[in-house]
Design a protein around this ligand. Structure first.
Ligand code: HT7
Ligand code: ZN
Length: 858
């Protein structure tokens, strides 16, 4: 397959100011008549032809300026038409079969309704079109179809006319905002709406609808409230006002990703819309708020200003992730949200950055763009912009974003345009900072604090590791928030921001009669790893005293992580183990009883470093050993702090259900206590978890209890799993949880369970949520995926081969776990490679999977 390079960008030879499309809708057959007004782009090189992208389409009819056109040819899937003049009208007729579209890209059928997904290159599966983000057009759409089957007809923009014709009806929609084809959307189906309105800062009344299937309406209140909060927050925080009179959200159950920001018509995975206390966890509620916010914020960062080409994806995604993170911080607990975001970064993006699929946030080349919707482009992209915000300060950063929105409104822009706007608006010099856009890899910073006389000297060294295609790197500017604590008083004299922009630098701090305790990378001010050999007593100190909640969390992670890495490596003597465990228990014990902490934050401090984060800290990991040591530490703490854990549980159990932070915190610590009990006293854990399950009045408690029970062989396990299934049979999102819990459990036979679940009548490869619920949960559980006999790898490879012809985008997302082979002990690494080679040898692979597999084999 062809490699597309960023440096090869050239503007398109034509502009397409207006598009009119008529859809005659049917599940089996939809006829599409597109009329494109095309004009030569005077800013581009003159060309005798226009290339219209297609994917699996055939031309039924083609007219140019009202006459049948013969002057065209097919080049692969694309239609190339010869155009003599400077202005033409092209009329193209295509026919597509939504019911046969299992890729869920373009126009497809889901549960009897029709919907579209056009980002990144789905529009070319509907009609021939210059399907690239720098071609902006206004769209007028007329759709018609059987009224009984599709009573609701939706599209971008505003509805301008409707009518009926026998059993059919039609609607016409017009979107006044020029947009690229990837933002086009159409929905037709039997839907009902929760309706509301929002009045913008300039008094525009916007009609809001959340469309779902009949029966789901009750579960849309949180989505609607989240939408209104997002609209208000974007006005207050970024000065952004909504720009149409109507905003529609539609929930669909077959969807490749979380949601899609189509102009005025966001399409959502049901997972990010539907919630009530009985069926959704606190995490689900947060996910809905975050994704509703994310898609809404795209209206400015993505739609009003879009991307020039797909290499600039982080321009819209990195910035919008930052915006949704800041929104969620403001809506709930800011420190806990920051910790959660860092956990995702470390758990998903750091491994990506240190593996064969590493790429800069602005990639240089791709074969299949779907493979670049990554944690690097999204989450590291957000961190890079967050660093600019940290260096500029909130006010100057806002001046920078204001300038960006003013300067580039209506354009298809680049990452460079964004950086330049922040540079000019915030008054920052970002010359060297631009390296964050071009260099991949997570920088390692070594920190050493020396003390002599009255001076503390901090020596920082940075190293950006080599990544595929980038052997040597230049030092990058790394903004580090630091504080130096006085041991006796437990206070510091103010946080400072140091920017390390050289390979090595030293920063001196005077006035310290005694060696201070260093708190570094506070709030996780830079997406890097810190290497330092902090004495354990300093970490215990920071875990108890640091006034930055993130740094407190970090101290606990370092304390536990340092011990676990040493234990796994086999370097730990018995005395050292005892001493380390005692220090961890001391720190954890203090966390359990600290009255200044809220339970949400307490829960973070109680959380052990994840298996994948621990593996990331080792050159070559043995997943079984990591799992054993991690469980051993849980068991030790569970025994050592048994009384404190039980006291905490008893207190938390009394909190009545509500969505406020205190009540959520209580639920979080309860399930954490159960997990410690499961490791230290399984019989007690079963008793407590069964009780929690039976008495739960909400899904967070019920799922937490079932998670613990699923890991322990017992009659209670069998009974409650059966109860859960029977209770929620028919509710797809909850049954997804049932699959996930079993696939990610601590139970030693989880692989067998997954195999059996694959044959369950509710399992289907056609629904991405269901596939992910079983297999992503499994692949994300290292002690099962890395089963020593290689069975986990074989299962995932089988899945990829089976899923690839059905839904290549989803299939390709299962390749990265196998691609980690270089960082796994040699015996397993060989088996992982073997499976990658088996996939690569398949006679017919999608471009998506082929690219991921070949890059992973390196
Ligand atoms: N911009 C969207 C990304 C997307 C997508 C969504 C659904 C299905 C396929 C997709 N391909 C790309 C979602 C977002 O980041 O907001
Ligand atoms: Zn997005």
């Amino acid at each position: 397959p062809a490699i597309i390079k960023r440096e090869d960008y050239t503007p398109f030879g034509w502009v397409v100011p207006e598009v009119q499309i008529e859809f005659e809708l049917g599940l089996e057959l939809t006829r599409v008549v597109a009329t494109l007004k095309v004009e030569r782009n005077t800013a581009a090189e003159r060309t005798p032809t226009i290339r219209l992208n297609g994917d699996g389409l055939t031309v039924r009819e083609l007219q140019c300026d009202g006459e049948t056109c013969e002057g065209y040819m097919m080049d692969g899937d694309d239609l190339v038409v010869t155009l003599p003049g400077d202005n033409h009208a092209l009329r193209i007729v295509t026919e597509i079969s939504p019911a046969a579209n299992s890729q869920l890209m373009g126009l497809y059928a889901s549960n009897g309704m029709l919907c579209t997904q056009c980002e990144a290159e789905g529009f070319r599966r509907i009609t021939f079109f210059p399907d690239r983000p720098d071609v902006l057009s206004t769209y007028t759409v007329r759709m018609s179809g059987p009224k009984a089957q599709f009573p609701i007809l939706l599209c971008n923009g505003n509805r301008t006319a409707t009518g009926e014709q026998g059993e059919n009806h039609w609607a016409e929609w017009h979107d006044p905002w020029p947009k690229p084809s990837y933002l086009f959307a159409l929905v037709a189906g039997d839907l009902v709406a929760r309706s509301d309105s929002f009045t913008t800062m300039n008094g525009r009344k916007v009609e809001l609808n959340v469309w779902v299937r009949d029966g789901d309406l009750e579960r849309t209140e949180h989505a609607m409230e989240s939408l209104k909060r997002s609209m208000k927050w974007d006005e207050e925080t970024f000065g952004r006002e909504y720009d149409l009179d109507l905003f529609n959200i539609v929930a669909v159950s077959d969807f490749n990703m979380g949601a899609m920001e189509n102009k005025g018509l966001n399409v959502f995975n049901t997972k990010y819309v539907l919630a009530d206390p009985e069926t959704a966890t606190d995490g689900d509620y947060d996910g809905i708020e975050g994704v509703i916010g994310h898609e809404y914020f795209h209206n400015w960062s993505g739609n009003r200003i879009t991307c020039r080409d797909w290499f600039q994806l982080s321009l819209k995604e990195g910035f919008t992730v930052l915006r949704d993170q800041l929104f969620s911080q403001d809506m709930g607990s800011a420190p806990v949200k920051r910790i959660e975001d860092v956990r995702v970064l470390r758990g998903v993006q750091f491994p990506e950055d240190s593996g064969p699929l590493a790429h800069p946030i602005r990639p240089d080349s791709y074969s299949e763009i779907n493979n670049f919707y990554t944690a690097t482009v999204y989450n590291k992209g957000a961190e890079v912009i967050r660093m600019m915000r940290t260096m500029a300060g909130e006010e100057r950063f806002r001046a920078g974003t204001d300038l960006y929105f003013d300067r580039h409104d209506g354009e298809a822009a680049t990452c460079e345009d964004f950086v330049k706007s922040i540079e000019d608006g915030a008054g920052l010099d970002l010359e060297q900072f631009r390296l964050w856009y071009s260099q991949a890899g997570t920088p390692k910073v070594t920190a050493k604090l020396d003390h002599s006389g009255e001076t503390a000297k901090l020596t920082l060294k940075q190293h950006v590791p080599p990544t595929p295609g980038q052997d040597s790197k230049r030092p990058m500017p790394i903004p580090l928030k630091i504080a130096l604590f006085d041991r006796a008083s437990g206070t510091h004299r103010g946080e400072e921001l140091v920017v390390l922009d050289k390979a090595e630098d030293t920063f001196a701090f005077d006035g310290f009669a005694e060696a201070p305790v260093l708190s570094i990378n506070r709030t996780f001010s830079a997406p890097i790893t810190i290497e330092r050999s902090a004495p354990r007593e300093d970490l215990v100190f920071l875990a108890a005293k640091d006034d930055d909640p993130f740094a407190r969390y970090e101290a606990m992670q370092e304390l536990m992580g340092g011990h676990l890495v040493a234990a796994v490596s086999g370097e730990l003597g018995e005395n050292e183990r005892i001493a380390a465990q005692a220090d961890i228990a001391r720190a954890m014990g203090a966390v359990l009883v600290d009255e200044s902490l809220d339970d949400l934050m307490r829960g973070e401090l109680m959380t052990l470093p994840s298996q994948s984060y621990l593996a990331e800290q080792m050159l070559v990991a043995d997943p079984t050993r990591i799992h054993e040591e991690r469980e051993a530490l849980k068991a030790f703490l569970g025994k050592e702090l048994r009384d404190e854990f039980h006291a905490l549980y008893d207190r938390a159990e009394k909190a009545p259900y509500s969505l406020d932070l205190a009540s959520r915190g209580a639920r979080k610590v309860k399930t954490l206590v159960l997990a410690f009990a499961a490791a230290s006293d399984p019989a007690k854990a079963v008793e407590l978890a069964a009780h929690q399950y039976d008495n739960a009045d909400n899904m967070t408690d019920r799922q937490g209890a079932l998670m613990v029970l699923t890991g322990i062989d017992s009659a209670e396990r069998t009974g409650r799993l059966l109860d859960f299934y029977n209770r929620y049979e028919g509710n797809a999102l909850v049954i997804d949880k049932w699959f996930s819990l079993q696939a990610s459990s601590l139970h030693p036979n989880a692989i067998e369970h997954v195999k059996a679940l694959r044959e369950h009548p509710d399992f289907t490869l056609k629904n991405p949520n269901r596939v992910r619920s079983l297999y992503m949960a499994f692949a994300g559980t290292p002690h099962h995926f890395h089963s020593p006999d290689g069975e986990g790898y074989r299962m995932i490879a089988d899945l990829i081969l089976e899923l690839d012809p059905i839904n290549p985008q989803t299939a390709a997302r299962f390749v990265p776990p196998l691609g980690r082979w270089r960082r796994i002990e040699p015996k397993r690494a060989a088996m992982m490679r073997e499976q990658l080679e088996r996939i690569a040898a398949a006679p017919k692979l999608s471009r998506d999977t082929f690219e991921q597999v070949t890059r992973s084999l390196g």
